[in-house]
Design a protein around this ligand. Structure first.
Ligand SMILES: [Zn+2]
Length: 395
């Protein structure tokens, strides 16, 4: 048992030693991803007569516009943008059912709309946007494998990790990180580790790889269960460890509401890092959704810019130690329009080992004021360590 107790008196970011080296970032992007527009309503749900004015769907184009602006302004010397290309049909169909891909194309060509009674919806641009999103992820993974001197980042929209092999779900249509991992495997990579810190469970990524041992999936998420049991039976619980050859290679860590910077750091120390080190991947892909950020309307956790800085730093160090620095980040969720930029800034400060002085903009993380109940998350992580120690060297 780890005897390091997390306390409230020091922030984890204070303990990071930044190298301030010359690391740079290569962000893959295409304007077409802005044209995807899910239907408006009452937040993510269909309109209701109890609300007078429809609200834009939370997967708004402003999310990624803000991310792009943040990178341009915060890292003018370190971030460069490259235009992405669409994922090919062959790349997509390594992980998606061709019948589903054909259905999605037709659904969007006919104008889209809300899919059944779900919170997921499309317009005529969605299929094309999703192909570009998957293409950014493929390019990021390929550049990481090829030993790019810049850290690759797929600035995707729509996100991917809820998309299963044969259905859209959770604002996701094509599973970008899964398409990228499959491309890496097809290119000769023998072991890929996907670390998913989005606040939601990556039910789609789990479903796609649950019977495989060549792609490890580690997901930490709010304990939300399945929002559409008829759509996806996965709940993100500890006992969903994979099937057949994949048994043990799906590592779920549910976290309680209110988990913040210290809880996520403990998660990395006690589970993410020992599991990934033991797996010894040749490539690490991060499903980097920052909706564990404090005040995110789709999450219940409390991670700040400083906490995300710690995660970014630790994942980069882990990739350097075990995967020869082959690391790529793939954007997933994050729905508070302003804080997503602060949270993602933290990720890249950690990844690049370079802290940005925001005082010149007269601002800092505007949501860094909530206390984190560490006792609860510590006990949940203890439970996860005990459960997964059947498969991994955890204590
Ligand atoms: Zn999410």
């Amino acid at each position: 048992m780890d005897d390091t107790e997390l306390t409230d008196d020091t922030g984890p970011a204070d303990e990071i030693e930044f190298t301030d080296d010359d690391s740079t970032l290569s962000a893959y992007w295409h304007d077409r991803m802005l044209d995807h527009e899910p239907p408006a309503g009452a937040f993510k749900f269909p309109r209701t007569p109890i609300v007078a004015v429809d609200e834009p769907h939370p997967d708004r184009r402003e999310r990624v516009e803000n991310l792009k602006r943040m990178l341009e302004r915060a890292f003018p010397e370190r971030a460069r943008f490259e235009t992405a290309t669409r994922a090919t049909r062959g790349e997509i169909e390594r992980v998606h059912d061709p019948d589903y891909v054909g259905w999605l194309e037709s659904f969007c060509a006919d104008g889209g709309g809300r899919i059944g009674d779900t919170t997921t919806g499309a317009n005529e641009a969605t299929f094309d946007a999703a192909r570009y999103a998957a293409g950014t992820a493929v390019r990021a993974a390929r550049d990481a494998v090829d030993g790019s001197d810049a850290i690759p980042y797929a600035l995707c929209r729509p996100s991917g990790h809820h998309a299963q092999s044969d259905r859209a779900d959770g604002f996701c249509f094509l599973n970008n990180v899964a398409v990228a991992a499959a491309a890496a495997v097809a290119g000769g990579v023998e072991r890929v580790a996907i670390v998913d810190w989005d606040v939601h469970h990556c039910n789609g990524t789990q479903e796609i790889f649950e019977a495989r041992e060549d792609v490890l999936v580690v997901s930490a998420h709010h304990d939300h269960g399945s929002w559409h049991p008829e759509y996806h039976p996965q709940e993100g619980t500890l006992d969903e460890v994979g099937t057949g050859d994949g048994e043990g290679y799906n590592v779920n860590v549910p976290l309680p509401p209110g988990t913040g910077d210290r809880g996520y750091e403990r998660l990395f120390e006690r589970i993410v890092e020992p599991v990934v080190r033991e797996y010894d991947p040749e490539l690490i892909l991060v499903s980097a959704g920052q909706d564990a950020g404090a005040a995110d309307p789709n999450g219940r956790n409390l991670v700040t810019r400083a906490g995300f800085r710690t995660l970014g730093h630790r994942i980069r160090r882990l990739a350097a130690d075990v995967a020869d620095d082959r690391l790529a980040l793939v954007q997933e969720g994050g729905y508070q329009q302003s804080h997503l930029s602060f949270a993602t800034l933290g990720v890249f400060e950690g990844v690049l080992g370079h802290t940005v002085d925001l005082e010149r903009y007269g601002t800092d993380d505007p949501f860094d004021w909530l206390d984190e109940p560490t006792d609860l998350v510590n006990s949940w992580i203890d439970d996860a360590v005990e459960y997964h120690s059947d498969y991994w060297p955890l204590d």
